[in-house]
Ligand binder design. Structure first.
Ligand code: PMP
Length: 448
């Protein structure tokens, strides 16, 4: 018998103590493509890209090879006075992929830090210009990471509420949550009224606001809330007219996930600052990018005593192994012409999702590129959710897991983030197993 000692020592993320004991984490031994295998050899379909990172499947041969090659050369070098060859190559490739306006690339090592860097750049930029802008605008339902700066602009009460009172300088507009529209509009009658709040905030506090931070097109952690490009148009127009820097957090959406290279491309807008992480290395190693317009960088130009240096850097910034993984992942993206070449699979994916709609407990289906989601409701006619304490979505995910399908609902939202090279047979399997799990849930909770 293997010892379970590790469980008593572990503090699992986003997991209550009781849950950790009652539902200990499944130990995964290996992965291949869309599949993960536990230590008993049981196969699972990873339908969520393992926290949204796995763009080309687990243990992708090209990325693995690139990391192995790099391992034979160099594992780490400090990125102060030095840089690895892999990181120079990555910087060149990113230059070809990013919108040309986002000319300066700053590395860090996860999504939260890429946002921290963006916030700091925005604050320092305004200070360097002699302006007193030190507040931020953000979206309700937004998620930008778990470090203090990034939670200060996060808009999910259960994650961020506890900390908000520690930060007095954030202003939150409504969430662009179309399924339960805060302005009570339908898609046909919508003029992005969910951003009326942003207009009010900017009219009242605009002169003190350094930047507006948002997840373009899809608010991920609050439940894959897909919203239309017109919302982004309004955000960009408002920010521009108030001199507010736009920070597009593309940590989850960037590099093909939404069916375009960047989610901002859906609205044909280029932010002042863009954050990337997650799929950047194909899910292999932690690495993040904060890409910045040259006009912003201009303010940071000066010598060592000019006080114009961005004093920020992490030990593993621009790590060679992570950079080699990112180079390989970006080459896969470019050589296969993802996401454009995957139109057929994306449509197949969306049809599969729509086919779930026949079920009475499924509502609010949304999708964009390789992101798809629906909400579990008690009754589709009213869209009333099940009482929270019943934990129906959690039960649903447990049933799915028994069937060999990994899903991890966010509140009442069940979502999918398959790799870009997912096969249609794999999608068929994902939706067939989902239907079985929903039927079991329905029998358990709505019978009688
Ligand atoms: N921004 C967004 C939009 C995210 O979805 C996440 C992670 N889910 C983050 C930032 C934080 O990234 P990380 O967990 O790598 O710090």
């Amino acid at each position: 018998m293997k010892s379970n000692m590790w469980l008593d020592r572990l503090w699992m993320p986003f997991t209550s103590h009781n849950e950790q004991l009652e539902h200990p984490p499944l130990v995964i031994e290996r992965g291949s493509g869309i599949y993960l295998y536990d230590t008993n050899g049981k196969q699972y379909i990873d339908a969520i890209g393992s926290w949204w990172v796995s763009a080309f499947g687990h243990c992708n041969p090209q990325i693995s090879e690139a990391v192995k090659n790099q391992l034979g050369k160099l594992e780490h070098v400090l990125m102060a006075g030095f840089i690895s060859e892999a990181t120079t190559e990555l910087t060149s490739i990113l230059g070809d992929v990013l919108p040309r306006q986002l000319n300066r690339i700053f590395y860090s090592d996860n999504g939260s830090t890429s946002v921290e860097v963006a916030l700091k750049i925005a604050l320092q930029y305004h200070t360097l210009r002699g302006s007193n802008r030190n507040e931020f605008a953000a979206f309700g339902g937004g998620y930008h990471g778990d470090t203090l700066g990034s939670i200060s602009v996060g808009g999910i009460p259960s994650f961020h509420g506890l900390f908000h009172e520690k930060f007095k300088k954030q202003h939150f507009t409504d969430s662009p949550y179309c399924f339960r529209c805060p302005a009570g509009k339908e898609p046909q009658s919508c003029h992005a009224q969910c951003m009326d709040g942003l207009e009010r905030i900017l009219e009242e506090h605009g002169k003190r606001i350094a930047a507006c931070v948002f997840e373009p097109m899809v608010q991920g952690a609050s439940g894959m809330r897909v919203y239309p490009p017109k919302v982004l148009h309004r955000v960009f127009d408002l920010c521009k007219s108030h001199g507010v820097i736009t920070i597009a957090d593309e940590v989850a959406t960037g590099l093909g996930r939404t069916g375009k290279m960047f989610a901002c491309d859906h609205a044909e807008v280029v932010p002042d600052i863009m954050c990337l992480a997650k799929g950047l290395t194909g899910g292999y190693l932690p690495l993040a990018v904060t890409a910045v317009r040259e006009e912003i960088y201009d303010e940071f130009k000066g010598g060592p005593f000019s006080n114009r240096t961005l004093n920020h850097g992490h030990t593993f910034t621009g790590n060679p192994l992570a950079s080699a993984a990112a180079v390989a992942a970006l080459k896969l993206l470019i050589q296969n012409q993802f996401p454009e070449s995957a139109q057929f699979v994306m449509q197949y994916f969306s049809k599969g999702l729509e086919s779930l709609y026949e079920h009475n407990n499924v509502s609010g289906i949304r999708h964009l590129g390789f992101i798809g989601a629906f909400e579990i409701v008690r009754d589709k006619k009213t869209n009333e959710p099940f009482p929270q304490e019943l934990r129906v979505p959690f039960r649903f995910s447990q049933i799915a897991l028994q069937k060999g399908l990994i899903l991890r609902p966010l509140g009442n939202t069940v979502y999918y983030m398959p790799p870009f090279n997912v096969k249609t047979e794999e999608l068929d399997k994902i939706f067939a197993l989902t239907k079985e799990a929903i039927e079991e849930i329905s029998d358990e909770y709505t019978a009688s």
